[in-house]
Design a protein around this ligand. Sequence first.
Ligand code: PAF
Length: 283
Amino acid sequence: MKTLTLVTDLRKELQQLRSEGLTLALVPTMGNLHQGHLRLIEEARRHADRVITSIFVNPLQFGPGEDFDSYPRTLEADCEKLTAAGCDYLFNPGVEEVYPKTQGEPTRVVVPGVSEGLCGHKRPGHFDGVATVVTKLFNFVQPDVACFGQKDYQQLAVIRKLVVDLAFPIKIVGVPTHRSPDGLALSSRNAYLTADERRKASGLYATLKATGQKLAAGNTHFHELSHQARARLAELGFSPEYVEIRSPDLGPPQQNANQWVLLAAARLGKARLIDNLVVHRDE
Ligand code: PAF
């Protein structure tokens, strides 16, 4: 695997690749790679001749008081995992490479609508930061395909809209959430859980599944279901931020629909966990 830290080197390298007629898939990450990321790389390999992973802890998507400084940075271990997974390139730029000093604040990309509510409400400016860095990564790399995890359901919706609205000729592939055997969605932030919290953490997905079963069976009292799910999470020791039922495009849920998405965020100790479940109405 070849590691690049400068945009000029990256451009030269990728120009060569394109001149050979090879296609390229990008897997954007913030590092501290786990099995979920490796699934993204596996999927990326199915879609293109070469795979590039970016590791960049993006300051723009962290709010004041969030975990930017303490976010786990594990570059050496990440490189070993990427090499073993057959990744061809790592792009690992510094902050000034991505956000060179210009006059005033850096230009930001705002994706209205889908960025609002849910995590967007709890983390103001977060999706502007994500949309901005993803736009920059798309401009640096100009991939044919980019892979993102479905665990970050709202983020994926933001990126899908961004690609359409800004006319990026990039295919966006959503990759199913990778879970531990007890159901917990893999996330770099799971590292913040103590052993006791880790045991409790599977309760988030279990609660979504229990709520999803009621929904699938025809209970469309959305507010009541969300309220019950929040109460259950609190009982299990979480501090729930939200549990919401939406239509798959994140619009308001429809009574007569056949599909919905349940989305939740909850704090457990120092960790903020998010998860979601797409629910189909029983036949
Ligand atoms: O999902 C993530 O890890 C980040 O939000 C992303 C997409 C790499 C942008 O920094």
